[in-house]
Design a protein around this ligand. Structure first.
Ligand code: BDR
Ligand code: CA
Length: 314
């Protein structure tokens, strides 16, 4: 597989943290041009610090990290400490990382980086609210042809919402940004709750992470033990869904997923259904397809891939 140029935009979050470890363990497949951070699961000063911690744990000080927007485009920031803990990555030791934050704003970095790239050459991987991505599109629409694809985690259809009855967290936090991204005109693949709720960290899978018996393995176990607590209690499920790593797993091994091209719109007006992703899965309207909506994952294959990549950290 030829190396893909990617920019990751995230808000760690335990599942973002594991997504980063998966991406950083795949240098043959990914040329990570930068990691940008956004306010979401926790405020921006924590998401950028958490990203630096994860790059340090992964032994990848070479990847530049940028801080972006500290609040959604129009709405008040909503965070998710109830899920992720006060730090966003509760479950591991928190310290001040030595990796420095880049001085450039994330949006300026993306504009500069994309404007210097060839057409169809850079894949964006957002796993938090879409504020930075929408702001980049607004600031410099000429970046659009340079984007090869956007592979994002967000939204829900069959699963219903995890933040309101109708809405998934990333889309709910900044629905205005999400709607801009849905209409950007570039190839879009969406990993919604419909698929991420199939990638559950069961006890048996947690045991496999324990058996990695390495500093990275220990960090993953710490993160997942904390993360599992919330979802197992709330949904009475076998374990927590590994939402964000689905994006990177899709890029590494698209055959693990089933998806369908359809129209996806985001509700930005109604307070009752704010952030809902209206997915025309059965094409009952003539609205044009703007995204590939993932709806099924080979969960065993997904966890095999993750374990196999995490083994690389030694
Ligand atoms: C999404 O919201 C956050 O809590 C997770 O990091 C993930 O990106 C799941 O709804
Ligand atoms: Ca996230």
């Amino acid at each position: 597989m030829a190396s893909k140029k990617i920019i990751i935009d995230c808000d760690p979050g335990q599942d973002d943290a594991i997504m980063l470890l998966l991406a950083l363990a795949s240098p043959d497949e990914f040329d990570i041009l930068g990691i940008t951070t956004v306010a979401g699961n926790v405020p921006l000063h924590l998401t950028e610090r958490n990203t630096r911690i994860m790059c340090e744990i992964a032994g990848r000080p070479d990847v530049p990290i940028y801080a972006g927007h500290d609040r959604p485009m129009r709405r008040k920031l909503i965070t998710a400490e109830n899920v992720h803990g006060k730090t966003g990555i509760d479950g591991i030791d928190i310290y001040q990382p030595t990796i420095r934050l880049q001085p450039q704003h994330a949006v300026d970095f993306m504009v500069e980086c994309l404007m210097g790239a060839q057409d169809d050459s850079v894949t964006l991987v957002p796993t938090g609210p879409l504020t930075n991505i929408a702001a980049t599109i607004i600031k410099e629409p000429a970046i659009l042809p340079r984007i090869r694809e956007i592979v994002l985690m967000g939204g829900a259809m069959r699963e219903g919402g995890n933040t309101t009855p109708c809405a998934e967290f990333n889309i709910y936090v900044d629905p205005d940004a999400a709607q801009i991204v849905m209409h950007c005109g570039r190839p879009l693949t969406i990993a919604p709750l419909d698929v991420t709720h199939q990638a559950l960290v069961s006890r048996a899978r947690l045991q496999q992470f324990r058996e990695l018996d390495s500093p990275v393995g220990d960090a993953v176990v710490g993160l997942l033990e904390f993360f599992n607590r919330f979802d197992s209690e709330k949904y009475d499920s076998a374990g927590a869904p590994l939402h964000d790593p689905c994006t990177i797993a899709y890029l590494l091994s698209p055959g693990l997923f089933k998806g369908k091209r359809c129209n996806v719109e985001v509700e930005t007006q109604s307070e009752l259904t704010m952030g809902h992703t209206a997915v025309d899965f059965w094409q009952v309207t003539d609205r044009p397809c703007n995204a590939r909506w993932l709806y099924e994952v080979d969960a065993d294959g997904f966890f095999d891939l993750l374990i196999q990549r995490l083994c690389r950290y030694g």
